[in-house]
Design a protein around this ligand. Structure first.
Ligand SMILES: [Zn+2]
Length: 170
């Protein structure tokens, strides 16, 4: 619940559906993550999401890795990450952004409304990966791969690709 007192030097907006050159490293730059004191405490500093199942699935799956503790914010912890929604035809299913106070994962209702649960889960897993310092890769089936590269994105075939076997599906 306490607000972080430090400021980030820059905001990193990661748009998962834009064409990007595959990163050579698996991790983003130092400091580009939401991990604080070896854990991520999530809460409602920036608001809340209606996509609680996708949020909870992503949290549980990454937490189960046993590397970074991911748990709800309490009165005695500092919130590191919020989940919120918006609606726009901007071609972005979801994003992770660093902010003073708490970082933010946003889900785009415009697309989420038409997506299946596994598609929403994979998007949430992907954004949580960024919160954990994971960068994009070009590994087939990886939850951190950039899986869609063309517009328009509200396209059944391309969105269906999100449900291909992957990290989450097993
Ligand atoms: Zn991404």
């Amino acid at each position: 619940m306490k607000k972080k007192t430090f400021l980030f030097s820059a905001l990193l907006l990661v748009l998962i559906l834009v064409s990007v050159t595959p990163a050579s490293a698996h991790f983003m730059s130092s400091g580009k993550h939401s991990v604080d004191n070896g854990e991520i405490r999530w809460g409602t500093f920036h608001g809340s999401t209606q996509w609680t199942s996708a949020r909870n699935t992503a949290i549980a799956r990454w937490d189960a890795e046993g590397v970074i503790n991911i748990a709800g914010d309490t009165s005695s912890t500092i919130e590191d990450l919020s989940f919120t929604d918006y609606s726009s035809k901007d071609g972005v299913l979801g994003s992770w952004t660093q902010f003073p106070g708490a970082d933010r994962i946003r889900f785009n209702n415009y697309y989420f409304d038409d997506m299946r649960a596994c598609e929403r889960n994979k998007t949430a897993l992907h954004e949580m990966g960024h919160a954990l310092n994971l960068d994009h890769n070009s590994v087939a089936g990886s939850v951190m791969s950039v899986f869609c590269k063309r517009k328009p994105y509200k396209n059944a075939k391309e969105i269906r690709e999100l449900c291909q076997p992957n990290f989450y599906d097993g």
